[in-house]
Write a protein of this length. Sequence first.
Length: 402
Amino acid sequence: MMRVICDLICYGKAQAMTTPAPCRSLYVHVPFCRSRCGYCDFYSRVLDPAAVTPLVDALLHELAYYAAERPFCFDTIYVGGGTPTVLPPSELERLLRGLRRYAAPRNELEFTVEANPATVPEGVAAVLAAAGVQRVSIGAQSFNATELRVLERTHQPAQVAETVMTCRRAGIRQVNLDLIFGIPEQTPRSWLQSLQAALALEPEHLSCYGLTYEPGTPLRRRLEAGLVRRVDHDLEAEMYELTLETLPAAGLPQYEISNFARPGSECRHNLRYWHNEPYLGLGPSAAGFIDEVRYKNVADTAAYVQAVNEGRSPWSEQEQLPPERRVRESAMLALRLTAGLERRRFQERYGTDPAELFAAAVERHVKTGLLEADDAGLRLTRAGLLVADTVMADFLSVPTQL
Ligand code: SF4
């Protein structure tokens, strides 16, 4: 496996337009859940207890292979999935402690683990805290029992509060709650109730996503069979606008299209993605971006474990990013942030002013009121946030001087 990885990394170096930034972020994918939710298209399976130890072994081996080639000192680690907290506590502890070997000291490290309501008993919370996890991201999704059923979530609304309190009692300081709007039959009123119920738990961070009907999911099939009805576009926009009003007023300003945080509690790990910085991804289906190479591991737990055990690369896809793509992607990702595309930062990194480079797209969208441009940078307006995908797509495609 190492030869394949090194070849790709060396090739990446030769092609890079700038010196590759050091990789300081680690993502680990745990592909098990208690049950499958109808809307989910992440790679995960119902927990198979017999598969846990081989998976944890393989994750730690995969990390050791990379680490044999270069010293890592991750200052953000994000363990997602899946639902990492369904692992038996002893295996979860082994995994987290194994990751910590390559991490920055506690006071410099942001260590996040994803969890779902009713999957964090006291013992699991204690394991998280003892391993240095100081941030949990909980999939609340809604505080309305009917909406949770539509999503095929198995928890009850009250279990979100129990999970938050269990984590707090264990000493975990930072809590994110994920919420979904645009659920069939949801109304702006019931969405506002979910937002208020979430705020009552005083989370440091909230992520609010519009529901999508991903191909191949049970929810998509129910939509196509006429068993559920998509929420009207204007109603969904109204829910998003409600979010933009409610959360900042409660002390959680927006910092990304879907993310809101108390000042200082923004997710540093996700900011690395939006700044298009390198990260190592471990585990089945995990993506990574290292030395200008984007890769994705095979989305099959048994195949992943077998590849790592046999010393083969678990990559199923890899792509050397041409410099032009890198620049365009960086611009597009930065526009997701309310801080926008910062001209000085971009110029330092790519040696070119984004306002000039993307002049055609900038002119078009400033005219229509979707984008604002000044000396500091380019950013989406409130109207632009509602059609962000359209504006960002232009930054990927308009002709430039590149
Ligand atoms: S718990 Fe999360 S990862 Fe697991 S199936 Fe549901 S949405 Fe997907």
